[in-house]
Design a protein around this ligand. Structure first.
Ligand code: NAD
Ligand code: TYD
Length: 340
């Protein structure tokens, strides 16, 4: 089986590549990534040593380049992780989100049609459902919750989902979609909550918590997400959506306190800053369909996963420093400079 993985030099895509190389020993893995700011090529160091791994630096928006890769590699299965993925950046500059997340996905699906790919899997997000109220813990996102997006990021992901389902219905392209809650684990770029807070805490810098810190996210360890995607590809039905989540809701301030406590740092580092525009209040996934139909459920408990994650960043400070040099400094100053 030959898998083509887009966005494999990013957070979840790289974890997925390592899962495939470890757990599908006969497989070939082709990675396509344009190496944006969010990628770190050193993330794939171990994969480059594996003869079953091939890498192409290419942009999913480049139809000609993508078709050439398909013509050469003829993948069986395509998993589309490549995306602009950070909500805050989408608020500042939506255009690149629409181009990458919508038009790039279309290019990938057109290539899949042309080359008769057996499954196109779109990695989507629970953010397409909008948000839930804090005072209704009984409400969870299921696959038939209406799409109701808040940010340019989530709107672009929802658009891609709808186009993917249209390609299934109209052209019979065997598409599947997974919508997952917030991930955490190794190789996450430190613009996202958990690695940003770990990095700041380790460097004794303020920890910028948006608004009142009471927004809720449903956290899933990245390996569990990757196992869920594999289960959808192998056992899920074409034309279907599967929600993946861990029944693990936490407020942002809880997360920040857990990190500080584990690192033995003072809570005086916490700084409440101006809220994100349109900030979604609560996400919470109902993953029953994936449990029932795919026999998937998360295996890593949050208490263990967060320790594994913090320990990983402590042991990989070189990797972290590669991410936080250069452009990151400008990004950080622009995003957080006038926020206090
Ligand atoms: P990431 O930002 O860490 O990585 C994205 C990768 O895509 C990077 O390596 C980047 O270089 C690459 N990329 C971006 N634009 C590209 C283009 N035009 N052509 C080729 N490559 C391009 O993102 P992530 O957190 O790993 O998320 C991966 C996918 O999972 C995304 O589609 C995201 O919407 C989805 N998702 C993420 C989460 C989460 O918590 N991080 C949760 C649910 C779903
Ligand atoms: P993030 O990691 O950006 O993921 P998403 O917005 O896709 O859920 O943010 C997670 C939560 O943490 C979200 O409620 C915003 C909040 N947050 C902060 O309070 N401070 C920060 O510096 C960041 C990056 C996020």
């Amino acid at each position: 089986m030959k898998y083509l993985v887009t966005g494999g030099a990013g957070f979840i895509g790289s974890n997925f590549i390592y899962l495939l190389l470890d757990e599908r020993p006969g497989s070939q893995v082709v990675c396509v990534d344009s190496l944006t700011y969010a990628a770190n090529i050193h993330t794939l160091n171990a994969a480059f040593n594996n003869p079953r791994f091939t890498f192409y630096k290419e942009d999913i928006r480049n139809r000609k380049g993508i078709f050439e890769i398909f013509s050469k590699e003829k993948p069986d299965v395509v998993i589309n992780f490549a995306a602009q993925s950070h909500v805050d950046r989408s608020i500042e500059d939506p255009g690149i989100f629409l181009e990458t997340n919508i038009l790039g996905t279309q290019v990938m699906m057109d290539a899949c049609r042309e080359y008769g790919v057996k499954r196109f899997h779109q990695v989507s997000t629970d953010e397409v459902y909008g948000d839930l109220p804090l005072d209704r813990p009984d409400l969870l996102f299921s696959e038939d919750t209406p799409i109701c997006t808040s940010s340019p990021y989530s709107a672009s992901k929802a658009a891609a989902d709808l186009i993917a389902l249209a390609y299934y219905r109209t052209y019979g392209l065997p598409v599947s979609i997974s919508r997952c809650s917030n991930n955490y684990g190794p190789y996450q770029f430190p613009e996202k909550l958990i690695p940003l807070m770990i990095n700041n805490a380790l460097n004794g810098k303020p920890l910028p918590v948006y608004g009142d810190g009471l927004n809720v996210r449903d956290w899933l360890y990245v390996k569990d997400h990757c196992l869920g995607i594999l289960a959808v590809i192998e056992n899920g039905k074409a034309g279907e959506v599967y929600n993946l989540g861990g029944h693990n809701e936490k407020t942002n301030i809880e997360i920040v306190r857990i990190i500080l406590h584990y690192l033995n740092k003072s809570e005086s580092l916490i700084t409440f800053v101006k809220d994100r525009k349109g900030h979604d209040r609560r996400y919470a996934i109902n993953p029953e369909k994936a449990g029932r139909e795919l026999n998937w459920s998360p295996t890593t408990k949050f208490d263990d996963g967060i320790k594994l994650t913090i320990d990983w960043y402590i042991s990989n400070m070189t990797w972290m420093n590669e991410c936080t040099g250069g452009e990151y400094v400008n990004y950080y100053n622009e995003m957080y400079g006038n926020r206090g």
